[in-house]
Design a protein around this ligand. Structure first.
Ligand code: SF4
Length: 435
């Protein structure tokens, strides 16, 4: 909603345009899981001018603790009251091109005087039909243009360049930034990810939302330590990866600060990978930054050719993409070559194909939290399976991305973040513990 607020600030309304009202309508998956995901509170935060990296999450969680509470929005010279009823959840069919659609309007004397339609396409990215005339960066003007993994690998074999350097050189050109500026941003991202893991490891109790899901990261970490004391190294390692993924995912489910990586539902996998590499393998932050660049390239290719949104292609696109990115990150940090990095990303995605999105009650808890834990284990295994693999793989990364897209298109809408299929129906709205 920051974008809508910024647009309103740049408009000049007639002096007699009063009283003004803001109305926000949610459609498709955004409506179906909006309450569970806390979308209504995020809308208010955006209209109040809060930015995702700096928002006070405790304040955000307190929004509409009293349902009738009215908040005063300061938009330029205008003060506009905003209540929960200004947000409409439209659960019916809709005419828009994406399953995550938000319509924001400003109304004066019952007439809409300004409107924008937004599509949330995953990973914090938004699109708007009204922005179609924006210039798109020219791919061919980049130092290392590529459209898929095959073209990316071709640069590496012909120029013997490190995989991360490709993203770095392109980003420098796109954003007109220095290497230092880009790396500093990555360091900030790493810090927020590690904070989310560390907070999650220290907390216990029941997560909000009514499912009575208990936090388990702290206990899982204690188990890892006890396995180590008893020299059960294999169990300990898996318990550590589980604990880190649970920790960040539980923080997300509790509405606390996490990094969208590539989405909030899958926000435990890449932090778990980074925590393991830094805390347990002593990999230096510089190398992690470069590994994150490699993971980002994997994510961008998936986003460009398929999707990273559960609302579009099911959980294979969220947790599958995060696991694929994490597999590439492990492989890069363990010094695998570019071909093996691509193979690891392919294996991780391949073994999430067909996974549906069916969050119980629309909350990002069941199956999402454990799904992050199983996702990080698959990511590590994908790295192992790809490392020093004899012969060429049968399926390439680009092929599996296309298969993921096709599979997602074949999935029924009830498995795309609508909380109307799968686990959500077995333990649904009217089937609550104690109800
Ligand atoms: S089931 Fe998967 S895609 Fe759906 S909300 Fe949970 S983590 Fe996201």
């Amino acid at each position: 909603m920051n974008d809508f607020r910024d647009k309103l600030m740049s408009l000049s309304f007639p002096q007699d345009a009063s009283p003004l009202e803001i109305r926000v309508s949610l459609y498709g998956s955004l409506a179906a899981t909006g309450h569970g995901h806390g979308t209504h509170r995020a809308i208010l935060a955006g209209l109040l001018g809060e930015k995702p990296p700096s928002v006070d999450t405790d304040r955000l969680k307190s929004f509409w603790a009293k349902p009738l509470e009215s908040y005063l929005l300061q938009i330029g010279d205008w003060q506009i009251p905003f209540v929960e009823d200004n947000i409409f959840f439209d659960y019916g069919p809709h005419p828009y091109r994406h399953s995550n659609t938000l319509k924001a309007e400003i109304i004066c004397a019952h007439e809409v005087i300004y409107r924008r339609i937004y599509y949330s396409v995953g990973g914090g990215f938004i699109e708007s039909d009204e922005d179609n005339d924006k210039p798109i960066p020219e791919n061919h003007s980049l130092p290392y243009p590529y459209n898929n993994m095959e073209e990316l690998l071709a640069h590496i074999s012909s120029a013997t360049i490190d995989m991360a350097a490709i993203l770095l050189e392109n980003e420098k050109k796109i954003h007109n930034e220095s290497e230092e500026e880009i790396v500093n941003r990555l360091r900030e991202i790493i810090a927020v990810m590690r904070d989310s893991v560390s907070r999650g490891l220290s907390r216990s109790g029941i997560l909000p939302g009514g499912l009575n899901v208990e936090r388990r990261a702290k206990e899982m970490y204690a188990k890892a330590l006890s396995f180590e004391e008893n020299n059960q190294i294999g169990r300990a390692m898996i318990a550590r990866l589980n604990a880190y993924a649970l920790a960040a995912s539980e923080e997300n489910a509790d509405g606390n600060m996490v990094v969208t990586a590539p989405t909030n539902g899958a926000a435990g996998i890449i932090p778990a990978c980074i925590e393991y590499l830094m805390r347990d393998n002593m990999i230096e932050e510089n190398k992690i930054c470069r590994g994150l660049m490699v993971a980002a390239m994997v994510g961008f290719i998936i986003k460009d050719h398929a999707s990273i949104s559960g609302a579009e292609l099911g959980c294979q696109a969220e947790v599958g993409s995060a696991a694929s990115m994490a597999a590439a990150l492990f492989s890069y940090c363990y010094d695998e070559d570019a071909v093996d990095i691509a193979i690891s990303a392919e294996i991780a995605l391949e073994h999430h194909l067909g996974m549906t999105c069916d969050p119980v009650r629309g909350l990002v808890q069941v199956p999402c939290i454990e799904r992050n834990a199983t996702g990080i284990i698959k990511a590590f295994n994908a790295y192992l399976l790809a490392s020093d693999r004899p012969g060429n793989p049968v399926i390439s990364f680009d092929q599996v991305v296309e298969v993921m897209r096709q599979t997602g298109l074949d999935l029924s809408a009830k498995y795309k973040e609508t909380a109307t299929g799968g686990l959500a129906t077995q333990f649904g709205w009217g089937n609550m513990p104690g109800s």
